[in-house]
Design a binder for this molecule. Sequence first.
Ligand code: URA
Length: 234
Amino acid sequence: MRIDKFLANLKYGSRSDIKTMIVQKRVMCNSNVVLDSGTSINPNNDIISIDKQVVFYEEKIYLMMNKPSGVVSANKDAHYQTVLDLIKEPYSRFDLDICGRLDIDTEGLLLLTNDGMLLHQIISPKKIIKKVYEVTLAKPIADFSCLENGIKIYDGKDKPYLTRPAKIVILTDTMCLISITEGKFHQVKRMFEAIGNQVIHLKRIAIGGLKLGSELPLGEYKKLSFSDIQVVFQ
Ligand code: URA
């Protein structure tokens, strides 16, 4: 890949900004000053630096975030902070997508990646991946058998939708875990509304075999390897 394209992709400036940096002899490839913005590099092997600072690069980035409430799962928003606004250097230089959005007031496990193939595999409705949510309800949990059998809710387009069977584990009289394999608009909230209750706090704690755990503070994220992320499919 051309070095100017590589650095522009990593948001170090426009191609012409990068050309200027190169003319100023600020860019190095391994131990050589780069003299031509068309220089071909191998991003996976060559060490590129600007002003003697090494440019971080990995082809595929996987981040696991503990999303806080009040932050939107979107790339941009006119009013609210977005999950991407929480990502700092060096990962903020990558074009990350959100794998399975959470509502603004939902907390918990969110995956971000620039791996389009993995993103597709995780969000495709054809893939049956269990998502586990910890739910706090306004009222004590009554009969929930209809959630376990499948219940009619309205999807994001207000079309009636029969949910796939969910699994409920009771924690206290107003708290439970629910496992679902779909991701319709406000699905968990709508499922509990359909049985006359109301979700007052929602937190995603697992996607497939990947668990949020208790180590990652709200608003923080950590990088996962490709093999770490594969537990999603277990
Ligand atoms: N279900 C909801 O209602 N909201 C979420 O954010 C995720 C699942």
